[in-house]
Design a protein around this ligand. Structure first.
Ligand code: GLU
Ligand code: MG
Length: 454
């Protein structure tokens, strides 16, 4: 038997029935960044909460095209895992009438946490931080391009300019329904705005605990998709919707508190950083090339990661600098304790939010363990720096291909240790299979192959 007692699940199932719910979506994100689900009728929710629902471990080796790879450790038809819904996150889906949703943790049939369970990995990394007295707060921004349904081509759903009021007029009902659905689902939205690229929008949510933030990212995307579907629209969360254009990022905001105080402010370091926050940020900066194998895990990620697109392709940091991979945000004078945070810009929504947030915590804690310091901050666009300026600042260009990022992860002992043998093995194998499958494809072919899978 797993976490929750049958009484609570019975009670929740009765409540769902009163809400007109018939089925519950049990969702997780696979290694390749694809959300996979099973569903149960409401009557089966108590049993699912008690015993889990079966699913093969082979999904850890799935590619974005549903092809399956294998390694010496895993892959193949054997074994079963139990998907156990987290009833604390059970949510009635406002834009999918009759359905509720819950993220799952994956267990073995013996009742142990599956070592490849990503959600448990995020929780474990948050636990490591807590053991060091640190409590991480995180949020993932969601960018998407809205196309017309019924075609695999990208046909922009609106025509107005970037950040333009016209776009919102064109899609006023869609945007209203989206805000209403998220509100009904208890998601705390910070902002919604038309973004730079064709028919692109962005939505940000309030920061919270790491597992909650990853769950929010999954739920927000499910909702954006469901509302779009009801309007004859189709959202693409892909890093590159069209080749050669500005892409969709999935920027991560993170801060941490010690004894209730935000360590990213109130210290003697640059822009008020404490020595601890500086070490956390420096740990992430140091491991960024390897982090990309998790945070920019798609062949299409590298179509997005080009200079001067606000995607942050140089491993450097700056105060409010949108071309640095790490952007320190200090907030308004007087509001720093609530606002100061670090934005990781080079990552995208092909990433599993669970793997990504866990890996960022692991990298930050590694910086803390090594008492790393940050180099000098950067201002301006590093693509304009001379070779000497880049070298003097220790500024490297981040990996320019999935192969390069995968090699960096293979060599990054602290991240391998944090992910564990099984997950490291799965991540490396799936990345290599994805890169191999699309080797030689043109940029347009890569964008088209991955446009609708995330
Ligand atoms: N769309 C940009 C990206 O690819 C980000 C724009 C922004 O800074 O919000 O990450
Ligand atoms: Mg944006």
């Amino acid at each position: 038997m797993f976490g929750d007692g049958p009484e609570r699940a019975e009670e929740l199932a009765a409540r769902l029935r009163r809400d007109g719910v018939h089925g519950v979506v049990l969702s997780y994100v696979d290694t390749a960044g694809v959300t996979r689900i099973k569903t149960v009728p409401v009557a089966r929710l108590p049993r699912a909460a008690r015993w889990g629902v079966g699913m093969s471990p082979v999904f850890d080796l799935f590619g974005t095209d549903d092809s399956i790879t294998a390694t010496q450790l895993q892959g193949g038809p054997d074994g079963d895992l139990r998907l156990v819904p987290d009833l604390d996150r059970l949510t009635t889906l406002a834009a999918q009438p009759g359905w509720a949703w819950a993220p799952v943790d994956r267990y073995t049939q013996a009742g142990e946490v599956w070592p490849g369970c990503q959600r448990s990995f995020t929780r474990a990394m948050a636990g490591r931080a807590a053991a060091a007295g640190l409590s991480f707060t995180m949020a993932i921004e969601v960018e998407w391009a809205l196309g017309r349904a019924g075609t695999d081509a990208f046909v922009p759903a609106c025509t107005g300019p970037a950040y333009g009021a016209i776009r919102l007029v064109e899609l006023s009902d869609y945007a209203r329904d989206l805000l209403a659905a998220l509100d009904a689902q208890g998601v705390e939205v910070d902002q919604l705005h038309p973004e730079y690229a064709d028919a692109q929008f962005e939505l940000s949510v309030a920061a919270r605990d790491p597992v909650g933030a990853a769950d929010d990212s999954a739920l927000v995307r499910q909702t954006i998709r469901a509302v779009a579907h009801r309007h004859g629209l189709r959202p693409s969360f892909a890093p590159a919707v069209l080749a050669g254009r500005v892409g969709n990022g999935g920027h991560v905001h993170l801060s941490a508190t010690r004894e209730g105080r935000n360590v990213f402010t109130g210290g003697p370091g640059p822009f008020g950083l404490t020595a601890e926050a500086e070490a956390l940020a420096a740990g992430i900066l140091d491991l960024l090339p390897a982090v990309l194998a998790v945070g920019a895990p798609s062949v299409a990620s590298y179509l997005r990661l080009v200079p001067s697109h606000w995607a942050g392709v140089f491993a450097c940091w700056g105060h409010e600098t949108r071309e640095a991979a790490l952007r320190l945000i200090t907030g308004n004078a007087g509001a720093e304790d609530a606002a100061a945070n670090l934005e990781v810009k080079c990552v995208d929504l092909a990433a599993s939010p669970y793997l990504l947030l866990g890996v960022l915590i692991a990298a930050a804690l590694d910086g803390r363990r090594r008492e790393l310091r940050l180099p000098a901050p950067v201002t301006g666009d590093p693509v304009r720096f001379t070779e000497q300026e880049l070298a003097a600042g220790g500024i490297r260009r981040l990996p320019t291909s999935l192969d390069e990022a995968t090699d960096a992860l293979a060599a990054a002992a602290p991240l391998r240790e944090a992910l564990g043998e099984l997950t490291t093995d799965a991540v490396l194998a799936v990345r290599r299979a994805e890169a191999l499958r699309l080797r030689g494809a043109s940029d347009e072919e890569v964008a088209a192959a991955l446009r609708w899978v995330y």
